[in-house]
Design a binder for this molecule. Sequence first.
Ligand code: MN
Length: 263
Amino acid sequence: MIKLIGLPFDENSSFLRGPADAPAVIRAIWNDGASNDYAENLSEIKEHVIWEDAGNIDKTTQTTAAYFDQITSTIAAIVDKGDKPLCIGGDHSLTFPAIRGIATKYKQLHILHVDAHPDLYHNFEDNYFSHASPFARVMENKLAVSLTQVGIRTLNKHQKEQAELFGVKQFSPDAWTINDIQSLKGPLYISVDLDGLDPAYAPGVSHHEPGGLSVRALLHIIQSGKAEIVGADIVEYNPSRDVHHMTARVAYKIAKELMARMA
Ligand SMILES: [Mn+2]
């Protein structure tokens, strides 16, 4: 069973707040009647059959470190039972505790990361847990054996050095091939930052970075992969920047297509 988990947290955002409101808005899209619940391969993504809503993990009075520990232990318990988490962020800092939970079971984890940004800063604006740093934390803690990034178009010298240090494979939005995707090994975790898409397709993000992937290209990447997906996240949706919930619907569609591959 796939477990949908909302992570309404955006305190590690470096530029704008807003992603904390994302889980509620994306959930509302699920049942608004504008779409059916089929993926494009004709799988019916039926609630209580394919997936269940496991609710939110809320940050209340606990520290961020304790909140991250709670995310890790919740996800560790899900994978321990043989279920698969699909996390709806929240900012991208949440991917680190999520993958830490996945890695309690999967010791040879591979990661596919879709994003405009490599998110490999060692320490961004004096916050080691910034949304600009989750993959530095993942790789230095050896939580994955490979990291492949697609959509990258904001590299600088420091992040290029970090990518080399951790052996990260990086593809700009037009440099990946279907063979690069199909040769990814499992168990695979997929992290989708919606700003990997071009802002024309997904305006509801904090960091508008022109020159990104089309929705169609991202669907092609998800649909044509072959490795077993053991967990995934969709992060950085910012409802305050969206237009008629268009980006929320992109998140919903990506979630359905991920579920079709995970089921
Ligand atoms: Mn990003």
